[in-house]
Design a protein around this ligand. Structure first.
Ligand code: PMP
Length: 427
């Protein structure tokens, strides 16, 4: 028995599904998940010693590649001084200053330990600030696993076919209005009907949890206008897109200024850091200044903050995003060309270090379009690529991640592997 299989068998006895987060299981593609032993640059190695080129990147954080020496050094140096104090540190101030400098919409920011905490807190804050209850989210967007957001959500919920979680009382989601992504008319209607009850819109400004789906032209602008008109809070959930699609996330790409932004993943450089921040008048409602309570024993953890700071420092180096984008573009153009040569219906999209691959003719603009893609083909592709040492996300409803270490020789090798896989599809 392979060591992966042995570990999985042991894991399933003591951990539900053998994993500590559902998307790690090969639930929708079948097979045994890779138990990772170590990771370096663009590669991971599993428990059987097999090397894979990794396009998951810890689901986003590993933008520098794994085990970046400067980040590891920062973590080691911080750890020597103690792992957690439960009292403020200079590092937290520097990280908050860095985030407010890099993202102009963030005037004040609060650090937390995960994306889930960031979005959950941002929603509470939006409700506290406006004194309203209703929130708008979009189908296929995933904002972590807080109760009120687990309705028609993306990521693992889509992958496993239960987009709305059990265990969430109907009353808890009675104030959550779920609309179609990219359907601005539906949002307009909702505001017409109950504009004075809507506390906020939370949106993945590029959706990355139903595969990658871009906002339609005018969609985000429309959300901004409606929120301004009706006094609702616009929350950009940039947990995935922040520092990933560009140095200022989607807000930098589009010039749209949200009222609040949620961040995680890249800003922790592989350690648990999340953040929510935005307009000063809204952030002033957070305890201890205001009445919206929010707290965390390990919030702003010194070791995690050191990893985040070391990561953000490297992202600010000139040309970083040009290299990242070139790496992703090389992969995506190569995959598209290889599929076309083989006559396989396939397309792809990318921005910065984020990409989507679709077994369909056109880039999807909605969850329905993603779902209409050839999911069976994806599964075949996933396993054939895994056999060739390439690790894509084990779900057709997840985006892919490229790091600055995925240089053209590495992405060319992935494309060559895909060419062989696509050629077999034809037969
Ligand atoms: N929001 C978005 C957009 C995400 O992609 C995720 C995680 N994939 C979350 C929130 C939740 O973050 P975490 O898993 O750190 O709780």
């Amino acid at each position: 028995m392979s060591r992966n299989s042995e570990l999985f068998e042991r894991a399933c006895k003591v951990i539900p599904g053998g994993v500590n987060s559902p998307v790690r299981a090969f639930g929708s593609v079948g097979g045994t998940p890779c138990f990772v032993e170590r990771a370096q640059g663009p590669y991971i190695w599993d428990a059987d010693g097999q090397q894979y080129t990794d396009y998951v990147g810890s689901w986003g954080p590993a933008i520098l590649g794994h085990s970046d020496p400067d980040v590891i050094k920062a973590v080691q140096e911080a750890a020597v001084h103690g792992l957690s104090y439960g009292a403020p540190t200079e590092g937290e101030v520097v990280l908050a200053e860095t985030l407010t400098q890099m993202l102009p919409s963030i005037e004040q920011v609060r650090l937390v330990s995960s994306g889930t905490e960031a979005t959950m807190s941002a929603i509470r804050l939006a409700r506290g600030f406006t004194g309203r209850n209703t929130i708008i989210k979009f189908e296929g967007c995933y904002h972590g696993h807080a109760d009120s957001l687990l309705v028609k959500a993306g990521s693992g919920l889509l992958t496993f076919g239960n987009p709305t979680s059990a265990g969430v009382p109907a009353e808890f989601v009675a104030h959550t209005l779920v609309l179609d992504y990219n359907n601005l008319d539906a949002v307009r209607d909702a505001f017409k009907q109950k504009g004075d009850e809507i506390a906020c819109i939370i949106v993945e400004p590029f959706a990355g949890n139903m595969n990658l789906v871009r906002p339609a032209p005018g969609f985000l602008e429309g959300l901004r206008e409606l929120c301004t008109e009706y006094g609702a809070v616009l929350i950009f959930d940039e947990v995935m897109t922040g520092f990933r699609v560009g140095p200022q996330g989607v807000q930098g790409l589009t010039g749209i200024r949200p009222d609040l932004t949620t961040l995680a993943k890249v800003i922790g450089g592989g350690m648990p850091v999340g953040a929510f921040g935005g307009r000063r008048d809204i952030m002033q409602c957070v305890a201890p200044v205001g009445g919206v309570y929010q707290a965390g024993t390990l919030s702003g953890n010194p070791v995690a903050v050191a990893a985040g700071l070391a990561t953000l420092k490297k992202l600010a180096q000139p040309g970083f995003y040009d290299t990242l984008t070139a790496n992703t573009a090389n992969l995506i153009q190569g995959l598209k060309a290889a599929a076309q040569e083989a006559g396989v219906p396939f397309t792809a999209d990318h921005q910065g270090g984020l990409f989507g691959i679709y077994f369909s003719e056109n880039v999807p603009t909605s969850l329905a379009a993603v779902s209409a893609g050839d999911i069976e083909r994806f599964k075949q592709f996933f396993h054939a690529m895994l056999d060739k040492g390439v690790y894509f996300a084990p779900s057709a409803f997840e985006a892919g991640f490229v790091s600055v270490q995925h240089t053209s020789d590495i992405t060319d090798a992935t494309v060559q592997a895909a060419r062989e896989v696509f050629a077999n599809f034809k037969n």
